[in-house]
Design a protein around this ligand. Sequence first.
Ligand SMILES: [Zn+2]
Length: 110
Amino acid sequence: MPFCPNCRAEYQEGLKKCPDCEADLVDELQEQSPQSINYVLLRTLPSRLYAEMLQEALKKEGIPSIIKSDDIAITFPSYGTTSAVPVSIWVPKEDVKRSEQIANQMMDHI
Ligand SMILES: [Zn+2]
C-alpha cells in the first residue's frame, strides 16, 4: 500500500501522489517515532519493572520515553527466559541530560 510520508496516511494501490499535500507516495513508511522525535538510548535496565518505574518518573517531568525489549531478546537469545531479558529505555535526544539526572536520582532510591 502506498503511504504519504507527510500525512502518514495510507492510500489505495496505484496512487502516486498524495491527494492532500501532493507529495510522492512511498511503499512503506520509515519506522518513525511519534512526531519524528529522535530517541536515544538512556539506560539498559535488568527488568521491565525498573523501566516502567523510570518511565513513570520521566513522565512526571514531562519527558516521553519508549521501552524496548523484544528486539534485544531476539539479538541475544542466550539471555534465556523472557523475564530476565534486559529492557532498554529511550528518551528524546534533547531531553537526555534531564533524563540522566532523573534516572540517577531514581537509582539512588532503589
Ligand atoms: Zn500527504
